[in-house]
Design a protein around this ligand. Structure first.
Ligand code: ZN
Length: 163
């Protein structure tokens, strides 16, 4: 009788083991997929982090007489007044060349209004003689873009990084 009991016990253990094995086997693909997805996400995360590190955000650089006087992000809309080689952020949209020149004697000062809008930069206004800077198309920093130059005021506006 005892032998029979032992046999029954062995059989039960075998069935339990088999059930556990089945359970494990059915979970295996799920586990593998989970591990694989995690590793893919990990790789992607690393790649995009590397890309942001390598790629510098494009910036507008304004030089006066060969010296950098302003560096500002190209993706943030802003207007700057460059007066006699000094840059100043214009917080008020109603400030234009004509309103500035109402308070500043025109002949004595060099004034340019530089505008960054929708990812491009341009020289919106200037009191220079030739107006070439104003008529130069807006630039984005693309490979073929030349700096916007205001020769009478010795100003150069260019975009660096991002490409
Ligand atoms: Zn000009």
């Amino acid at each position: 009788m005892e032998n029979g009991d032992a046999g029954q016990k062995k059989k039960k253990t075998a069935i339990v083991a088999l059930l556990l094995l089945c359970l494990f086997a059915s979970f295996l693909p799920l586990m593998l997929r989970y591990v694989r997805e995690r590793s893919i996400v990990g790789t992607l995360g690393k790649t995009s982090a590397n890309m942001t590190e390598a790629k510098e955000a494009p910036a507008v650089v304004i030089e006066a007489d060969g010296e950098e006087i302003l560096r500002a992000p190209l993706d943030v809309d802003a207007r700057y007044m460059i007066k006699d080689g000094k840059a100043e952020l214009l917080r008020d949209d109603t400030v234009t060349l004509s309103t500035i020149l109402e308070t500043v004697p025109t002949a004595l000062h060099d004034v340019n209004i530089v505008e960054i809008r929708d990812g491009v930069v341009s020289c919106a206004e200037s009191n220079c003689d030739n107006q070439i800077c104003v008529h130069t198309a807006a630039i984005t920093g693309a490979a073929l873009d030349l700096p916007i130059v205001c020769l009478p005021h010795k100003l150069a506006i260019s975009v660096i990084g991002g490409h």
